[in-house]
Each structure stands twice: as C-alpha cells, then as structure tokens.
Design a protein around this ligand. Structure first.
Ligand code: HEM
Length: 179
C-alpha cells in the first residue's frame, strides 16, 4: 500500500482527534515501518489495518465508518494530485465504469507496486451502474466514500446500496442509481 495513503490518513487523524491519538495508535500497533511513512514509499497493508482497527477501538467509531470518512478526504487528495485523470470525465457513471480499465491502470503505471481492487461492471445504463468489488483488503467502504465524492464532484447525487457477496467483505456488489 502506497505511503500517500498512510501520510494522508495520519494527517486526517491528527486533524480530527489530535496528535496524541496519532502517537497512541502508532504505539498500539506493531509496525515494521515504526510509523514513519514517506508518500512515495510502499508499506504493508497490515499496517493500515492495525492503525484503523486501533483508531476504531479508541474512538468507538466502526472501521467501515472510518474508511468512509477517510476516502472522502482522500478524494480531495486525488483532485489535487491527479487533476488530469478526473478531467477526462464528464459524468460520474462513466467515471465509475472506467476505474478498472483506465483510472487504476494509470495509477498502476505511476505506482507499479500499488495494491488495487478489481471492479467488474455487471450492468450499466445512463443513470445506473452495478459493479462487483473484489479485494483481499475488503476496503469497500473506502470505495463507497470515493463514489460519494465522485457524484458530488459532478454536482450529482446517487443512491448507493452495498450487497455483501462474501461475509468478510472481500466481494461486494455496489448498486448505484443517479437521483
Ligand atoms: C485504492 C488512486 C478512483 C476505489 C487506490 C490507491 C490509489 C488510488 C493511489 C491506493 C493503492 C495502494 O495503496 O497501493 C485512485 C485515483 C482515482 C481513484 C487517482 C481517480 C482519479 C477510485 C474510485 C473508486 C476507487 C472512483 C471507487 C470505487 C479504490 C479502492 C481502493 C483504491 C476501494 C482500496 C484498495 C482495495 O480495496 O484493494 N486508488 N483511485 N478508486 N481505490 Fe482508487
């Protein structure tokens, strides 16, 4: 997992919960990196999992809700860091349909060691899309947060329903309708 995901996460934790919370979740976790991240480095996903799990334990906020809020913040990072990628799109449904075959392909070119999910488009119309999310990282709520912000970015709104295919969240169906 890329360092930018960690540095942005810890910045957000500091902003919302203070520097003491950053220190606390780092010391509660067993981190090969010792909690020192650079935006271009690569770190194991288990470090993120421990940080989010410990933040959840200390705050009482579910890990899904934490990933959702974090993704909404991460979208603004995407807007600043990869403006060209977003400008390719005029419509949120088109953008979501292109994650697998365009957006994340470009991300993988920038970061060859990025760990990305698989999205399979099952059905698509002008106003709706049904996509299957698959990832051993089970970060579906990170996807949900990015989808929410994608619609907001295009001044649009959607109802997004998640249907767990696998109980552990490694396969989830997203049912998205523009409203
Ligand atoms: C992960 C970039 C759009 C879903 C990531 C990562 C990057 C990235 C850098 C982290 C990879 C790593 O740590 O190794 C981008 C960029 C986008 C974009 C630049 C737009 C221009 C989206 C959208 C979704 C999405 C719209 C909506 C569903 C995800 C998910 C992950 C992820 C769920 C977490 C990894 C996993 O679940 O296995 N993306 N992304 N991305 N992205 Fe995107």
């Amino acid at each position: 997992m890329k360092g930018i995901v960690f540095t942005e996460f810890l910045d957000l934790v500091e902003e919302k919960f203070g520097l003491e919370m950053v220190d606390k979740i780092i010391s509660q976790s067993e981190l090969a990196s010792e909690g020192v991240y650079t935006s271009i480095g690569t770190y194991s996903f288990s470090e993120m999992l421990q940080l989010v799990t410990n933040l959840s334990g200390n705050t009482g906020i579910s890990t899904d809700d934490l990933l959702l809020v974090y993704a909404e913040h991460f979208f603004s990072v995407i807007k600043t860091s990869y403006p060209g990628l977003l400008e390719t799109y005029k419509d949120p449904i088109e953008m979501l349909a292109s994650i697998e075959n365009h957006i994340h392909v470009e991300v993988q070119k920038i970061y060859p060691d990025a760990e990305l999910p698989t999205f399979v488009v099952e059905e698509k119309t002008d106003n709706s899309i049904i996509m299957l999310y698959k990832s051993s990282r089970a970060m579906h709520h990170f996807g949900l947060g990015l989808m929410n912000k994608t619609f907001e970015h295009f001044n649009s709104k959607a109802s997004i329903v998640l249907e767990k295919i696998k109980e552990d969240g490694t396969e989830v169906r997203f049912i998205v309708h523009k409203i």
